[in-house]
Design a protein around this ligand. Structure first.
Ligand code: FAD
Length: 423
């Protein structure tokens, strides 16, 4: 009988695990993901700002797994696990497993503020990005039509909560849109610029980066007309008003929420393995505390055994990629009951794009800013994109769009109900 490894989630962690399992001919691997595609979160903000197509940064699992006879993909959502019976319950059916790996990442954290979870737009996945894109384009259309000055101002005001890389990158992109697209596509709005606010509760942007990067981002965004407010939290959002912790109010019909993430819930694991922030405690081999055949990798887990990261690793792509890769290699030894290698994170650095031709990069070889950092950013973000054709298409789209300032993706496409869903 072949051993069965079930992997929940085909993000950076899950996919890199599976790539390292292909060679194991004596195991059956089952990947479950709620989407039928793998996607690349760092570039989601470019989809949201109509700069690239969703298909540039996503890739169907079934195509990825073509010819891999020992791997099966089922689209479905994880519901619960029974660690006594070794059964995982999903919307695609219930599966027995010999080994189970959780890699389903995180979801948007609204910090319990209901009005914000109901009214703000999150930006965590491709669906969110398309909703943000539609919303921005619809607001511009409505602004062209309204005769009411206050209504127009609210439609053209975009508030972004969260000054991490996504918030910085998105506000930079919106300011480029204001500078170029508004004038070219919307003659009615020539005299009415968009207002872009970037709000963060911390006293700096790009919290995990160095002071140099933070100062560079702040300077560049201010120059581009983005109104940055630091040490201020977004407290509430209703009646087209964003309420701030310093009692200020911003009238806006759009609040984009990129303030934080929280691990997805895993029902059925021993309570002692779930930490306060919902991350799952794992040992140095990514084995879930209190289990013998259940692993967790990537954003969803927290490991305290790496000497350089005693509080746990940051929730970033490289940690997920490296944990998935190592667990894949370790499985060869797990199946032969041989010793495994402990995980230790190699930090390859951090980067953020600020606007066209400007970025900051903190790499093991040094600090870079401006155009050089921007070129590095493009190269480093092209390499991990799944599929050679996707890499080429993305290069081509970037070249055209950066040079022309006029991408042609500003389509408002709101899928309606499918005929079978109506019944
Ligand atoms: C907008 C954005 C920008 C980012 N930018 C950067 C960056 O520039 N650099 C960087 O290093 N990191 C960045 N990150 C963080 C990085 O994307 C994550 O650290 C990384 O994706 C974690 O990988 P993962 O495999 O653990 O989870 P994910 O990549 O989130 O993958 C989780 C997978 O699980 C699936 N899934 C979720 N729930 C279920 C369920 N219930 N059932 C079945 N499947 C499920 C999802 O569909 C997804 O495919 C960014 C994140 C976001 C959201």
């Amino acid at each position: 009988m072949k051993k069965r490894i079930v992997v929940i989630g085909g993000g950076f962690a899950g996919i890199n695990l599976i790539k390292n399992l292909y060679a194991l001919r004596d195991v059956e691997i089952i990947l479950i993901d709620k989407n039928n595609y793998h996607y690349f979160p760092p570039l989601i903000y470019q989809v949201a700002s109509s700069f690239i197509e969703p298909s540039n940064i996503s890739y169907p699992f079934r195509k990825m797994l073509q010819g891999k006879d020992n791997v099966r993909f089922y689209q479905g959502e994880f519901k619960q696990v029974d660690v006594e019976q070794n059964i995982v319950y999903t919307s695609a059916g219930n599966l027995h497993y010999d080994y189970l790996v959780f890699a389903q990442g995180t979801q948007t954290n609204y910090f319990g503020i209901n009005s914000i979870s109901e009214k703000a737009l999150p930006l965590k996945n491709i669906t969110d990005a398309l909703r943000v894109r539609n919303s921005i384009l619809c607001k511009l259309e409505q602004a062209c039509k309204t005769k009411d000055a206050e209504d127009r101002s609210k439609l053209l005001t975009f508030v972004i909560a969260g000054g991490g890389p996504t918030g910085v990158e998105l506000s930079g992109m919106l300011s480029e849109m204001n500078k170029h697209i508004r004038l070219k596509d919307y003659p009615e709005l020539k005299a009415f610029p968009m207002q872009i606010f970037l709000i963060d509760a911390a006293d700096s942007l790009l919290g995990t980066m160095s002071k140099k990067s933070q100062a560079e981002a702040l300077k560049a965004l201010a120059k581009m007309g983005v109104q940055v407010k630091l040490s201020v939290a977004v407290k509430d959002y209703h009646s087209d008003v964003v309420f701030l912790s310093n009692d200020e109010q911003i009238k806006a019909k759009t609040l984009i929420w990129v303030s934080g993430v929280i691990a997805n819930t895993i029902n059925g694991l021993p309570q002692t393995s779930i930490l306060k922030n919902r991350r799952v405690a794992v040992n140095n081999y990514n084995l879930v505390a209190g289990t013998s055949n259940v692993f967790a990798i990537g954003d969803i887990c927290c490991q305290f055994t790496d000497k350089k990261f005693p509080q746990g690793h940051p929730q970033v792509a490289q940690v997920a990629i490296q944990q998935g890769t190592l667990l894949g290699k370790n499985f060869k030894n797990i199946l032969k009951s041989k010793p495994q290698a402990s995980f230790s994170y190699f930090n390859k650095g951090q980067m953020a794009i600020i606007n066209k031709y400007k970025a900051v990069a903190e790499l093991p070889i040094g600090f870079f800013k401006g155009f050089i950092a921007w070129c590095m950013w493009l190269i480093i973000h092209i390499l991990p994109i799944a599929g050679f054709k996707n890499k080429l298409k993305l290069c081509y789209n970037w070249l055209g769009n950066f040079l022309s300032n006029d991408p042609t993706l500003r389509l408002i496409i709101e899928p309606g109900q499918q005929p079978e869903e109506k019944n």
